[in-house]
Design a binder for this molecule. Structure first.
Ligand code: HEC
Length: 101
């Protein structure tokens, strides 16, 4: 019985580690990204669809925490309000570029 509990906990820990934005839904994040016009500044900076900001060689975000911090900075600059769950959704969406663990 102890072994089963230990294995279950290990499995849960593994799942948590593989889920940098728990509760985030990438499809919801995509909608939020469009609704909030998240690309507007990034397009002005880099052209195209703006996604180059997420794939540039010297990109800044290297961890889920940095992603959240950057989103706060962008939202503040744009004067928009993102809830904690909005940020989890956006993180899950943007993680297709970052593949953060
Ligand atoms: C007011 C303009 C503006 C808006 C609107 C904006 N951003 Fe940004 N964003 C920036 C700037 C400027 C940078 C580059 C910051 C840097 O290089 O230090 C950036 C960078 C980023 C990065 C980091 C890219 C990297 O280097 O890894 C992420 C992630 C990001 N933005 C997400 C978002 C999201 C999500 C939204 C919508 C909620 C958003 N941004 C809206 C201006 C904006």
């Amino acid at each position: 019985m102890r072994l089963v509990t230990a294995l279950t906990l290990l499995a849960l820990a593994g799942a948590a580690a593989a889920e940098p934005f728990p509760g985030g839904n990438a499809e919801t994040g995509k909608k939020l990204f469009e609704q909030n016009k998240c690309s507007s500044c990034h397009i002005q900076m880099l052209g195209g669809d703006g996604s180059g900001i997420f794939t540039r060689a010297n990109r800044k975000v290297k961890s889920p925490q940095q992603m959240l911090t950057q989103m706060d900075a962008c939202a503040a600059a744009a004067g928009i309000n993102l809830s904690a769950s909005d940020k989890q959704h956006l993180g899950a969406y943007l993680n297709r570029y970052y593949n953060l663990k």
